[in-house]
Design a protein around this ligand. Sequence first.
Ligand SMILES: [Zn+2]
Ligand SMILES: [Zn+2]
Length: 288
Amino acid sequence: MKIKQNLHIHSQHSCDSACATLADIQKEMLSCGMSEFGISDHLHTHYNLCDIQGARNDFLCAERPASFHFGIEVSSVSKWECDQIAAGNYERKGDDPVYGLRFVDGPANSPAQIGITAEEIKELGIEYVIAGVHWPLYSKADREHAWEDYFNQMLAMVKNPLVTILAHPWDSVEHAAGGWFQSRDVKDIDYGAIAEVPQEYNDKLMNALLEYDKAAEINLGVLNSLRLPEVCRKKYWTMLAQWREAGVKFTFGTDQHAAHNNPAVLAASELLLDFYGFEDENIKYLFN
Ligand SMILES: [Zn+2]
Ligand SMILES: [Zn+2]
């Protein structure tokens, strides 16, 4: 199948290493035949709101086709860290508070939420919200706790009425399960935590996506990631195919952080989509 949508692209306004200009994004997405595409820069907590305001100003100034949209990628964050950051009650440590508060041990029982309000989404002209789990919320670093933590966060994102798309399901659970967030050492990445995600969690997520009518993301960056063992990529594709059989709809995103789109990733993904039985009718087009 032909990929005609790319809703997950980071521009140079994203707080991480993203560096693409809007002009290049537009030129490259039109040249590969996207019928709808959009930028989705990161917002973790209110601390990053200025980045989204910058992206919005740039977007409004650009001459652009109707197929170019303005979205956002929000992280699941804990209410506790949002409150701490809003009150200025934190220490600048590691890269805290850019990615919320990751270098302190917060309470594990604070609810997962997103760092932007309905009013701000409206004011900024945000047309869709991709929500991703990017880290554990202060749970213990082992598989059982990481799975439970990520599952609960994903469920909170799916249930959140402001969220349109669940980003890259389970991505980074391998870092949580192995203790990477504590040590920041690559030896503490447990790839088996992806390969062995219990079916029960995936069934519950599938049912929640259907119940709340949310799209799951086919994240082409994660699914083509060379750092993942093949067994993990297969696990992801198998899970997505199971969800599709139950009627879940999907959106595409390359999750581009680099200066330029990589057309080879799209070409390889189209072959994999055919192999796993995906068709255009499984895709949720938001705008056409
Ligand atoms: Zn993400
Ligand atoms: Zn992203």
